[in-house]
Design a protein around this ligand. Sequence first.
Ligand code: DUT
Ligand code: MG
Length: 590
Amino acid sequence: MEKKTKLQWLRSNLDGNGWLYILSLFGVAVYSIMQLTVPFVSREIVDVFLTSDDAAANMANRRDYFFFLIFAMVGLTLLRTTIVYLSAMGCEKVSQGALYKIRTYLFNKIEHQDMNFFNTYRTGDLMTRLTGDLDAIRHMIAWVLKSCIESIFLVGATSIYFFIMDWRLALAILALAPVMLWIIILFKNKVKLRHRDLREKFANLNTDAQENISGNRVVKAFAREDYEIEKFDKANVEYSTYSKKTAMTWLEYFPYVQIVAELMPIVLLVFGGILIINKQMTPGEFVAFSGLCWAIANPMRNMGGIVNEFQRFNAAAAKVMEIYYSEPKIVDKENAIELKERVQGKIEFKNVSFKYEDGKLPVLNDVSFTVNPGETVAIMGETGCGKTSLINLIPRFYEPTSGEVLIDGINVSDIKLHDLRCSIGLASQDVLLYSDSIDGNIAYGNLRLSLEEVMKYAKYSQAAEFIQKMPERYDTIIGERGVGLSGGQKQRISLARALAVAPPILILDDTTSAVDMETEKEIQHALKSLDFECTKLIIAQRISTTKACDKILVLKDGRIVEEGSHDELVAKGGYYCSLVKLQTGEEVVA
Ligand code: DUT
Ligand code: MG
């Protein structure tokens, strides 16, 4: 996608409301100019009906004109108020529409990112982009640009009006503008960096809070509440300090702006006075000048706030656009193969090597093996030897650095990601269940599942029994908002969820590690009598699980060091054999 500047990007996200926004900003320009009408009319009233030599005669003879001016003043004020209201509504509507559009797009973008993205970005930081940063963008549309137009048109129209009335006095007053502009530019450059830092501190604060809340169990287990409070306080103090620093930046420049603004009435008084004495200016014009001095001074004072918000937008938009334009590396190829029929379930690894993007050493080295359709293969090995990394290559969570992973003879990178992942039932090592009903959790991959079917899968995974004992059975809400579950219970629900898609390939990553031996045996038994064909890849540590498998692969430092059936590997007398002895108690550890 072509990368745009921040404002171009903002414009492209106005979501069909571009014309409404232009109209609203036009309204802003109109009501800014209209602010001059009241002083203009009052000048006319002063000149014609109060200070002119024949003021009394005018009042008697031109009464209609007098009332016209009064009604014009009221009418214009009402009209102006209506335009102010409609423009504000328009800007707000456009900003909310854009906010919705960008938020939806960003969420979609995040959802489709690959694993590397989630390894790179912290959750708290992503949350900041979806909330605080987006609000700064909304504020830009609803307020900053609007205020900018307001100031520009007010100053512009007033300047023209001043020049029309008296160019000498106008020039004297406007001579102060470049000085003001220079101060604002100095401020802009300084506050830019401050906003960038402030935004980082805010993301840190969010990350700290998010990690702490989701990891509260660990905090409690180690009684580290005070430590965590202190840690959070540090981030909080830092954010607060930077907030103050950013807010104070304007105060550093404000006195100078104020001095320049205060000089205006003095210039007006001195120059205006001289012009009146010399009869080169009418008192009415002087009233109009002094009545409108604010129309130059106020926008200049407000410029600080506008520039400040502009820079907040800049910092936020840079962060949002980074995600907006980020592309996942693992995507469908151009002519990706659709899996129209259920795959047979043959899995092949051909000389596969793999290294994490941020890792230095390879995790898998030249791994080759084949699992035939319907077979059950176990993967064993010490912790950290690369088992999870290996199975993560099958659904293409990561891409091998070299070599090929094939399903039914097709390279997984040639298959449509959606079809590939729908063919795989995965119960991952870190069980994550949603704050939803048990029914909803089990049917997550297949929402059309009837309750009877959900119950069938719960039976396979030996979860049915404990679910029946729950207060609302399959409707019981679990997770953060509901009842807690034991580690083994969570694993069994996760297994039921993997089975519930009736996948041709089932991958279980240490799924029964927290389940007692007896239940595990029953799960093994159930897995053999599933009512659908499937190839099973099971990562396990217990011999009781691996014993009945067709084949066992033993991994060590990312390489397959042993491969064969239980009996073959026992006969071989290697790592697997020593494990059997250790677990069956044949070899007593001293
Ligand atoms: N690793 C990374 N980045 C990751 C995940 C793992 O660098 O995102 C490293 C850690 C380890 C190696 O890869 O040194 C293999 O990790 P894996 O999770 O594949 O190991 P395992 O065999 O599944 O270990 P365990 O039995 O503890 O689950
Ligand atoms: Mg693992």
